[in-house]
Structure formats: structure tokens, C-alpha cells
Design a protein around this ligand. Sequence first.
Ligand code: F6R
Length: 602
Amino acid sequence: MCGIVGYIGNKDVKEILLSGLDTLEYRGYDSAGIYITDEANQGHLFKEKGRIAALRDKVDNSISAFSGIGHTRWATHGIPSVENAHPHQSTSGHFTIVHNGVIENFEEVKDAYLADVHFHSTTDTEVIVQLIAWFVESEELDTIDAFKKAIVTLKGSYALALVDNENPNTLYAAKNKSPLLLGTGEGFNVISSDAMAMVRETDQFIELMDGEVATLTKDSIKIEDLAGEIIERDSYTAHIDANDLGKGTYPYYMIKEIDEQPAVMRKLIQQYQNENGDLEINESVLSEIKESDRVYIIACGTSYNAGWVGKQLIERITGTPTEVHLASEFAYNTPLLTKKPFFIFLSQSGETADSRQVLVQVNKAGYPSLTLTNVPGSTLSREAKHTLLLHAGPEIAVASTKAYTAQIAVLAILAECVAKYNGVDSPLDVAHELGIIANAIETVIDDHEIFERLSVTHLSTSKNAFYIGRGIDYYVVMEAALKLKEVSYVQAEGWASGELKHGTIALIEDNTPVISIITDKVSGPHTRGNAHEVISRGANSMIISMEGLDRQEDAYVLPKVHDLLTPLISVIPTQLIAYYTALHRGNDVDKPRNLAKSVTVE
Ligand code: F6R
């Protein structure tokens, strides 16, 4: 959530900051701003409500500037507005700051130190910059000491980039909980909350850790702890292909990412196969799962929905009991755990604050943990004992698609490896089945026009919709409904079809769209029966079934795949339906209202 960039060096900074912010815009797009310093050491602040394109129009192109910071915002404290957009400045104009995260004690800090200060915004962020200025002006601290003292005073999550406007040839950075990277290059250095934003400038990054402060000039980076102890840390190479960051010939990232799923399935087989063609996962992960008496899957949103399919896979393939929990609930309402729990964190971004909150508790208790993430080096990856990567390539559309299928595929691979390690016969050959699934996904995507038509006939005007299914199909309809509501704004429910008659069926009236997913041969006939119950009450029904379970009346028949992996194929029509419904309603498919990618606040 929110994005930070900073650059100091030998190139004009305006375009570097703006294109960095373009790359980060999916993380927050309520407002944006940059602060740049020109050759005469004169600072210029540009802020705008809305998208980076609006900010770009506002920036004075005649200014040549070689250092600056920028920010794209997802509002937490204070409405989206020019006043609340970052960067924020101290009243005297001495300091300018950008901030990702939330300052929890900003009101207390305001009361304790800043009662006489006039604030220009209603953000928690302005408190930080006013506090730094206060320490410099009232306690005569130099900038670095004032910055450190502010950090000690503030509670919450933050990634910060700071400019002392009287010494703009230096940038300062610090973080707590929120990620922040320092990028290095010949004659320049950068700050970025995500390597993606600056990968056009450099692929060499140094991770900044909590409780450290960095001082950057164009030729040097100094990292120290709060006691002034210098910290040496090597840079790492960020393996990001700048070409993956563009939309290519696609109109939206969402459809590009839906289309990439067959390739992701094939890549996963390749990544997890050893030279003998067998699926392989680090033995210490397998032995810890073998030792455990229960697996706990912790996740949010789409990853949580993938977790339910994961539960089915782990239980059916390995015989290990598995629970799935919403991270935001688990953290504060922790269930009674078994004696030997093993935790799996599912997170596309690896930065989700709700999940991290649980991981902190898990680490404190000394339980083993594994993160499945798409982002190597992300917080949840670093802080969990083990990591398995999703290898899905950057997911830029806010609505997650390819990460969902990649998570399920990696969980299937994990389950098969655990079964083999435990000496249990796996009911399927996962690598072989994933190959079949890659082809089947292609077949469904080739039929995208059918789903565009179905979106128009069923969802172009309705205010609400239901997805129904049972068993493994129930898990998919939960995800289908989430996808539909987040991009199309149609109020959608993913409902266990057997539960309809216990109350929810009261909502069915003439033309209410009800989409049934039927891939499970045992429960499928019951779901079909439930579909007929809603048709009798006027519903605009659409049945998506799997080959072998299909009937004449069905809107679409999915190619047959292995029973345990049907979610990988049945979710595809639902992704396409969400995409086309949003498109036909004129919504911004990649940046739905109120949302942001990578939810780094609790
Ligand atoms: C929905 C979506 C969100 C995320 C959720 C968890 O399309 O993207 O529901 O799945 O915020 O994010 P990660 O997986 O990054 O932890």
C-alpha cells in the first residue's frame, strides 16, 4: 500500500520519479506527489489528487533537478486530497517527507510536542516531519539525530524518505515493518519501497532493516543503527525483467495475468522438478510437516480462498489435518492450537500486515513456518523459516488471478512431496496433471468471447449475484464472488449451494444472477438440484460444469482435469466473467475503487 521512490544522482530526476511512481501506482492511487531540488538548490513540490497521470500534467518540465522523493498514496488517515497527498513539509519548509504505513501514536505525539504547530493536512504523516523539525529547532539536534529521535518516539509501521531542504544533496531513509530498499548505481543512488519501481535504473539493492537509518548522497550510502553503529550490508541482484512490468499488447494487466496462467503452471513444473523429473522440495520443510500434527494455513483475501483448496489437497494427499484461518482473525482470536503445529502463510505480495502479525506470534512461540509467496525477499519470506516461491512473475492488477492458481499448484506440489516423504501413495501425479491443466486453461481462455457474452447477459445491470457450489466447488465460488465484487462492484456472494435454502434463497427474485460451478461428481447433482430451486424462483441461472457432469442446459463445459485440481480450471471462467463485467460497466479493471495491492496496514 502506497509507494515510495527517491533518487539522487546525475540524471534529471523528474521522469525517474514519475515512472517509478507509475510502476507503484497499483499499490495506491488516491493521490501522488514529488518533491525535487533544482541545480540552484531550490525545492519544488508538486502534488495532485488521483492518478500519476494527473501529477505528471502538473509537474513543471522546465525544471532540471537531480534529487527528489515521490509517493503514491492509499489513504489511511485523511481523505484523498491535495493537502493530504505526500510529500509533506514542516511548517518552516525545512524538511520534506514521504511515508508508507501508519503512525499509531500520532495523536499522542502531537499533544506531547506539537501542540503549537499549525498542521496543513489531516494525515498521521505530517506529524513525523513536524516532529523532526521540532527536534532540530527546539532541541538544536542535527538532522540525523532529529530523525533518529523521531523514529524512537513514533510507534507504528513506516517506510520514510526525508529531505533536509537546506542540504538537498543528501536523502535520508528509515523503516519499521514496512519494506524499504536502497538501490545503488554509478553516480547515483535510489530509495524505493519495491525494487520494481527502480529496476530501470539499477538491479542492485540493499535491504534496509527496522531500527536503521540510511544517509544517501549520489556517491555513497551509509547505514547506521540508532546508536550510530555503522552497518555494512552487501547489495543483492533483483531478478526482475523490466519487460514483465509492462502490459505489452494487452489493454489491462488483469487480462494479461489471466492469460499468463498456463505459462505459470508450466514454469512451476520446471522450477520444482529435479534432474530426474521428480518434484522436489527442501527436505527440512518435509520433515517438519511430517513431525507436525496439524497444518495451519494463514492468509487473507484471494490467498485465503486458495488456502481452502490447499487444505483439501494436503488432507487428501498427505492425510495431515489442516485448518485455514483468516490472518486478521487469527491474530487477535487465536484458536486452541495442537501440540505440534506447522504454519503455512500464503501471500502473493509477502507484505500483508495481517499475515505478518500472525507470523510474529508464530515466531515468538517457536513454531515452524513456511511462506508461499510470489516475491522473493519479501517480509513474510524473510521472517518465516522456509519459503516456496510462486514463480508467477509480477502481479500488477490489483485483483489477484495468477497468484491464486500458482498458490494452489505449489500447494499440490508440496502435498505430493510430503506424501512421498511420509511413504504415503499420492493419488495423483501432480507434475503430469499440471501439464494437462496448463493446456485446459488455454482452452478455456480461448473461449473468452463466451464469457464476455455471459457477462453481458447475466451481469451487465444487476446489482447483486450469487455463485454457488459444494465441496471443492464451494472453495472456488468464494474466490469467484470476491473477484466479481472487487472489480465489477456487483455485490456478490460465494455460497455453499446446500445452504441457500437455509435463508439466503429469500434474496432470489426475477433475474437474480446465480452461477453454479459443478466439477465434483459426488456433490454436483445436489448443486444442480439447488440451481433448479433458484431457477424456479426466477433466477437468471448460469451453470458451468465439467465434462462428464455436463447437461444440455449448461452455459459452459470445462475440459476434464483431475478431481483434486478442478479449482485450477473452474476458476478461469470466473476470472474472465469478473474482468468482462468490470469492463462493460466502465470500471478501471486494474485499479478498482478503494483498493490497493499489497495491504501493509492492519
Ligand atoms: C484480491 C486480492 C486480495 C489479496 C489479499 C492478500 O484479488 O488481491 O484479496 O489476495 O489482500 O494479499 P497477499 O496475497 O499479498 O497476502
